[in-house]
Design a protein around this ligand. Structure first.
Ligand SMILES: [Mg+2]
Length: 284
């Protein structure tokens, strides 16, 4: 039989729990053993309602889990290897160089995208810098083998990346850990004033002929793609159709890119991005 004291204590506990529950919105409950977990709607739940943030989980799942993603990376690097073997037989006026991007071209950064999405956040400079400092990104399928093949043939490899100088140490540590050749300061051209890579490509062209470019963003190949005009970007691809798979090697990246800026007309707030996403997609 329940005593008055027990009833009083249970009553107090019930009032306390009601107060906790009314101070936040409880969207669902889950029983873990004897404990009831209350799922509250807060910032960390944004990924459930925002297609922009939640979408990162889906695209990251494809990159991390699908065999198709690995196959596409291998397809890109196999094309690059074929083109390398063809071009080394031809002598340019200067020694050959290869220019490559790093992120989503040589290494996969989806772990930081997933962690950010689960916190209800998109890219932040703080989380990105911490991730780069760790140097724990893994290589895309085929990347390490291809760059070592180029190195074996004496080709100069230049990593032109929009990572910043603050990321230099972690980046070199990461590339070396993966066994990438020529991962040294003089071969790493990071972002200084602008994300436009033209000036850095021009520096390489002073001493070398560029055999090929590798990237996941079209701005890794030519400045014409840095525009936020979607039509210019699409027509630029048509104009350069024959270069893809030879001089321009594209790696797949559905997670982020200049295409987002073009679709959104810049960098609007999250609610605006979500709205644009629903409005601009083709429907039946
Ligand atoms: Mg990239």
């Amino acid at each position: 039989m329940m005593t008055y004291k027990k009833v009083f204590c249970l009553g107090l506990a019930s009032i306390a729990s009601s107060l906790i529950m009314t101070s936040c919105i409880v969207v669902s409950t889950e029983k873990k053993g004897a404990e009831v977990i209350y799922h509250q709607k807060g910032k960390e739940d944004i990924y459930k309602t925002s297609p922009t943030i939640g979408g990162k989980l889906f695209t990251s799942a494809w990159i991390q889990r699908s065999a198709e993603y690995d196959a596409l990376c291998l397809q890109a690097y196999n094309s690059a290897t074929d083109y390398l073997h063809k071009m080394i037989k031809e002598k340019g006026s200067k020694p050959w160089a290869i220019v490559t991007d790093i992120d989503e071209t040589v290494v996969d950064n989806t772990p930081v995208s997933v962690s950010q999405a689960l916190k209800g956040e998109d890219y932040t400079e703080e989380s990105w810098n911490k991730w780069c400092e760790k140097g724990s990104a893994e290589a895309l399928a085929g990347a390490v083998k291809f760059f070592n093949e180029a190195d074996k043939h004496g080709i100069q490899i230049f990593f032109i990346s929009n990572r910043k100088e603050v990321n230099r140490e972690g980046t070199i540590k990461n590339l070396r850990r993966l066994g990438l050749p020529q991962a040294e300061d003089s071969h790493l051209l990071l972002r200084t004033k602008t994300s436009d890579k033209s000036e850095r490509r021009a520096v390489v062209l002073q001493k070398y002929d560029i055999m090929m470019f590798l990237g996941d963003a079209l701005g890794d190949f030519d400045h014409i793609f840095d525009t936020k005009d979607e039509l210019i970007r699409k027509s630029g691809v048509q104009k350069n159709a024959e270069q893809f798979g030879t001089r321009f090697i594209v790696l797949p990246n559905p997670n982020y890119g200049a295409w987002e800026k073009a679709m959104n007309g810049g960098y609007p707030p999250l609610e605006e991005k979500d709205k644009i996403l629903k409005e601009r997609l083709q429907k039946d």
